[in-house]
Design a protein around this ligand. Sequence first.
Ligand code: SF4
Length: 76
Amino acid sequence: QPAKVSEKDPQAVALGYVEDTKRADSKKFPKHAPDQKCDNCQLFQGKPSDASGPCAIFGGKLVAGGGWCSAWTKKA
Ligand code: SF4
């Protein structure tokens, strides 16, 4: 089981990662929208229904399915 990304990890802080997209800093990241979540991000490697899954940006560490970061990319 890969390690979980902590919101306090330096890379997580830099990307504004939060475990709940509702807590994203939309002042700092104005392109954030509430329907953007890790489980509908192109870089999420889990299934859409998974509570957490590996993220490519974070080297395969686990991010929350309902999380968000500023690298969010619409699933193609
Ligand atoms: Fe979540 Fe996508 Fe950011 Fe990874 S890149 S933490 S899956 S929003």
